[in-house]
Structure formats: C-alpha cells, structure tokens
Design a binder for this molecule. Sequence first.
Ligand SMILES: Cc1cc2nc3c(=O)[nH]c(=O)nc-3n(C[C@H](O)[C@H](O)[C@H](O)COP(=O)(O)O)c2cc1C
Length: 604
Amino acid sequence: MAECNVTDQTSLQRATARFTNIDGELLQKVSNLGPSELLLLAGYCAGLAETAPAQLNAVGTLGTAHESSEDSSLKCLILYASQTGNAQEIAESLQQSLESSGYNTVLESTLDIKLARLKDYALIVVIASTHGEGEPPDDAIDFYEAVVSKKAPSLNGVKHAVLGLGDSSYEFFCQTAKDFESALSGLGSEPLIERLDCDVDYQQETLNWITQLVGAIAELQPPVSSAPVLAENIIQFPYSKEKPFSATISIIQKLTAPDSIKDTYHLEIDLAGSGLSYRPGDALGVWADNDKDLVAEILSRLSIDPQTSVSFKGEGHSIEDLLHHKLEITLLNKGLIRELSSLSGSQKLLDIADTGYSEYIRNHQLIDALKLANVTLQAQQLVQMLKPLKPRLYSISSSIDENPEEVHITLNHLEDENEDGTRYGQASHFLTRQLSEGDIVNVYVDHNKNFKLPSSDKAIIMVGPGTGIAPFRSFLQQREAEQAKGRNWLFFGNPNFNTDFLYQTELQKHLKSGLLTKIDIAFSRDQEQKIYVQDRLRQNAEQVWQWLEQGAYFYVCGDMSRMAKEVELVLLQIIEKQGNNTQAQAKDYLKQLKKQSRYQRDVY
Ligand SMILES: Cc1cc2nc3c(=O)[nH]c(=O)nc-3n(C[C@H](O)[C@H](O)[C@H](O)COP(=O)(O)O)c2cc1C
C-alpha cells in the first residue's frame, strides 16, 4: 500500500486526491479531532487495513474506471428501484451471492444514492421495477431526473448490468429499466451483460440472469470463494407464489348496499395449519381459476375441441383444463395483439397495439381480440401464444394479532361493458361469483417492505378511499392489539354515505374508543359538487402540516391514476403554503419524508 506520511492538510489533500472517498469534508472533520481522538482513529484504521487486503485482491481488476487498482474503496454498486420490494429482494440476494464469492459490493436504493458517487464504481448493477403507467417507482423518481440531467457524471470506462421487473400486460413494459439503461449508456457506461426485462413470472429468469452476471464478473476478476451462495438458496418461505396454501374461505360478505354503484366485498380466509404469517401492509396473492363459460366461448370461437391434448411446460393437458387453470385469458399484452394481427392481417389490431392499447385493454380481453382477428388456430398454437396465468394481489385488511390464523381482504367485483358484452375481473369474479363460503382458494403472502407501520408511538395519517381502506383497517387493528400510543388519522371516501361507507361500524367504534384520533370522510356524490379525499386534505391543511412537523407518517392506498396523483399535489401545496416553502423546497421536503419512510404508497 502507498505510504501516507503527511501532516499538513494541503499535502494530505494532494496525497489523497486519487481516493474519491476521501473528500474535503472528511479531511476537515479529521483535522478538527484532538490528539487522543486521532490516535484512537489511527488504531481503528490500522485494524481495518489489516483485514482489507483479501477484499482488495478479490476486486483488484474491478477497480474504478478512474483509479488504480490499489485503491480499497468498494467497486461494485448494486442499485435498486423498487415499490413493493421485489427488486429490492433480488438486489439483496445478488449482494449475498457476490459477497459470498468474496466480492466487495455496495447496496443502495435509488432514493439514497448520490449521483456524483456513480463514477466511483467499476460496475453498476441496476435492478428496477416499473410502476404507474410506465413510471419509475417512488424511490427512483428523483434519481431518474438526476441521471438524465446535465449534472450527471461521465461514466466512461464503467460497466453496467440492468435487470427490469415488469408486467407485459402494461403498455410500457419494464420502461424504468429501459430508461435507466439508456441513461447509463448516454453517460458513457457499457453493458457487461445484456439487459433482461422480466415479466411477472420472474424468479427463474432472474436466477439465470444472476448466474450469467456472476460468470461475467468472474471473467473480470476470479472469485475468492469457489462456492457462491446462489440467490435461490437465500429466500425460502413455507408457502410461496409457486407453492401456495390451499385455504378455506370462511366468510364472503358484501360491504356495499344492493343499490350502490360499487360492488365491494369483505372476505375472511382461514390460514390454520399453514404457518403463514403477515404484517400490516403486506398483500395476499390469490391464484384464481378462469371462468369456465369464458373458456368455452374461446374454444368454440376457434372451433377447438375442449378435450384436445396439448403440452405445456413438458406436461400433457386437455386444452380446456389448461385455459381454465393455467393460462392468462383475461389480461392482454401487446405481443399477443401483434401476433394475432399478423396472423389475420387485421389493421385494427395493429392500430390497437400501436396507439390504442391502454384504452382497449380497459374493457377488452382475449375473446374480443380473437373476434377482431377472426382466425382459426390449432390448440397448441393457442397455448404458445398465451402467457402463464398470474396470481392477483390484494392488500390485506386484517391484523394477524387480532385474527390469529386468518387473513381478510377487501375487493371490488370488477365488471366492464364493451360492444360485445360484459367482461369480468379474473380473480374478483372467481372469488365472489364462483366460490362460496367453505370453498378452497390457493393463496400466499406477498410481503411489502415499503408499506409498513412505524413504531407504536408515531402518529400516522392514512388516505384510503374505496378499497384503499384495506391496509388501514389492518393498521388500526394492529395498533389496537399493541395498544399503540401513536395518533391515527384516516381520510376515507366513496360515492355515497348510505350505500358505500365500508366498515362504518368498526370505524365508529375506533373513533369512540379513541383509537382513531380523527376521521375525515368524502362521499363524492352526496352533493352536487363532487368532494374527494384530496379536498378534505386541503381543508385540513393547517392540521396536516402540524402533524407532519410533529413527525407523522403519511400513507396513501388506492387508485393511482387520479387519486394518488392528486393527493400528492395537495400534499406538496400544504408543505409549500403552510411551511412557507418554495416549490423546490416543498419537493425536497417530500423527498426527505420518503427517505425517512414517512411517505409510503400502495397504489394500483
Ligand atoms: C400499480 C402497478 C403499476 C404497474 N405498472 C407497470 C408498468 O407500467 N409497466 C410494467 O412493466 N410493469 C408494471 N407493473 C408491474 C411491476 O413492475 C411488477 O409487479 C414488479 O415485479 C414490481 O416490483 P417491485 O416490488 O420491486 O416494485 C405495475 C405494478 C403495479 C402494482
């Protein structure tokens, strides 16, 4: 190692100029220390240096693009952009894999990473999901703006690897990963391996990608340990998405009145014997069967005999069974529409894929696209065109501490009309129309690290109109079970008071007992001028600001396209006006809230 024997700050600065982790701020702090503090620190640093060489060697040729390989700073950055925790979980597993091979890595959220630090790494691995309509997750919005701005550093000589998580039924599939990759390339970085865009069934593909990445890194620098811990060994749950628990539905209860324009249900599901547990903020994954009538309609349109044998993932099935249990027939994707267009020559389908996709998929399904295509297909050909069925996620609306071995969910039965008839939501139709109390449903818990209650003394503000109430019912039950002292303020809304006040009795009980400090309701259609939760927030601006200043946590759950966006705008206005902030300061305040996990959203 290079000797550093300098005592005045200028020569020290000169000597350390090559080490970007040693900046002016650090040197200033060191020079302010007293003699005994300096000796203590010197001993500590010497101790660290003794243990560092092994790591140094392990990452030697992965030195930063701008420094010599003798520098001991960390070289591989694993950056994640994640809303509900999937990308974060993969990033954590990747870090464990690489560290077990002796590589030195830094794991960071896009919320925390400093832009200027990017150039300190030889390899930047980005794992990013996409949310909204092709938008970055909340934790990545500012980073994305920064990385395409003029302030972004040159990354010449740096290598990157990008993994995208997404859902191909959305118009902008894995858009965030694509955007990040092009931003990194624009700054001069080069791909170490090709970007992978994963669909909802991402586990196996992700493992293959990680294996490829670890191999490519090993070519740059052989690993110290020859037996890396593979990511697949790291996450193990008793029941999972791949191995769901067959639970009994104990209660199906309609929450809205018969004359309501909404059709909302409360379901209680028995988890006894599963060992499954969950925390408030988690979601329940539900594997629902497709509607038999819809399967029959599809097969009849294609003139396929329901008993025709087909193969899927190496196993034989009848086409009817496969469509009923294993293939996606309600959610469309652009690839499928394009394929049907090219088979049939339908210009209309091509136009839909090119320009009208979002609008079309709102109330159309496979059967409608088949009608437009008007083609006949072989059964096996159909199997190859369709995606595997995916589970649907519902925010859990119970606390397991108050309801041992049970889980509750709150859902709308989805129903949309189009020119050819009525189309139903796949899982909501299955759960509320095809199953009865006592029937079995396959479920698992989908943990959400980014929607969690704070410690019990903290105040929380919850904005959850419609079925967005679900996680907040769980929060309130949990706080009751823990006898938490923190204050709780709920904003709830729906069309009409008389027909749509979900969990009204429970909420009133909570208000009476003092568990709910405050509730503000917005029934949009009870008066001429519509009133929404964001209007109630605005009316309570002063108090919302006080709560925030006193450390309250702010939660939003529900519709992302309008409600969540408008709530955020009002929140920014409150921060700006009540706190006498400029727009930029208000944005920064919100960013700090996010960093402290004091602004969390579960929107869909
Ligand atoms: C409300 C919502 C919106 C989404 N929007 C998109 C999208 O526009 N494009 C896409 O490819 N995937 C989209 N997805 C799918 C997610 O990217 C996918 O579920 C991913 O695994 C989530 O990873 P995370 O937990 O790290 O955020 C969306 C998911 C949700 C819940």
